[in-house]
Design a protein around this ligand. Structure first.
Ligand SMILES: N[C@@H](CCC(=O)N[C@@H](CS)C(=O)NCC(=O)O)C(=O)O
Length: 231
């Protein structure tokens, strides 16, 4: 048995960044286990059928899957449920769904929505993810046409906005909701802030992140969020 809880991730998975933000915010020590994207099913076989990242495993072996339930579990177990506390549950849940619906879908277009950005992202992902020797090369060649040619281009076309405009519109909407407060949660971030942070932070390893940081209010909010992280 491990001596710390473990979080199984793919480096580039936005849902994993949601959980990582929460762990960093409460300063919990956990092992971040980066799995091989080509061996995902095998390396997550202990979950009894869940094949997606992130996966959380307690020291005693208890397994929790799916990013939001994992965040809720960690908050309850290690943080007295403070991040889920609110006097407006309906609004909290509305914005949790908003982030999972809109922000999660905006990550692919910015990373892969044009030929140039797809190439840059694919090269970087092949370095950041824990591929094997051969799978790294396969990914670098095959991942790019799949992500750009099939998934991202379709999404950008359907939305009609440039990926940068899409992000700026989302940040406008988000910051209007945050209003005069420092965070959605008030003076301190809550679970919703950490979910939004997660989606933004998942783009931070790539050069396209500068397009998000051109949103001046968004940049201020993002940097204040980073200041609340401990690790
Ligand atoms: N609802 C899940 C979604 C997780 C998810 O789709 N993860 C992707 C990586 S970013 C994955 O593992 N996909 C592989 C698969 O669907 O088998 C969550 O929030 O954790």
């Amino acid at each position: 048995m491990a001596d710390k809880p473990e979080l199984f991730i793919l480096y580039s998975c936005p849902f994993c960044w949601k959980v990582r933000g929460l762990i960093d915010n409460i300063g919990l020590t956990a092992d971040i286990v980066q799995i091989n994207p080509f061996k995902q099913k095998k390396q997550l076989a202990f979950t009894d059928g869940w094949t997606k990242t992130p996966v959380w495993r307690e020291k005693g072996g208890e397994v929790v899957v799916d990013s939001t339930p994992i965040m809720k579990h960690i908050d309850e177990k290690y943080n007295d449920g403070k991040l889920w506390q609110t006097n407006d549950q309906t609004n909290r849940d509305k914005w949790l769904v908003w982030a999972d619906t809109h922000m999660s879908k905006a990550t692919i277009p910015i990373l892969y929505g044009s030929l140039g950005s797809a190439l840059k992202t694919t090269m970087k992902v092949s370095k950041l993810e824990k591929f094997g020797f051969f799978s790294k090369r396969i990914y670098a060649w095959a991942g790019f046409p799949i992500m750009w040619g099939i998934i991202a281009r379709k999404r950008v076309k359907k939305d009609g906005r440039s990926p940068k405009k899409l992000w700026h519109d989302l940040l406008d909407e988000w910051l209007e909701e945050v209003g005069e407060k420092a965070f959605f949660g008030g003076e301190e971030p809550d679970a919703v802030d950490l979910v939004v942070l997660g989606y933004m932070r998942s783009i931070s390893p790539y050069p396209q992140f500068s397009q998000l940081m051109e949103h001046s209010k968004g940049k201020v909010w993002y940097e204040s969020m980073l200041n609340t992280l401990n690790n």
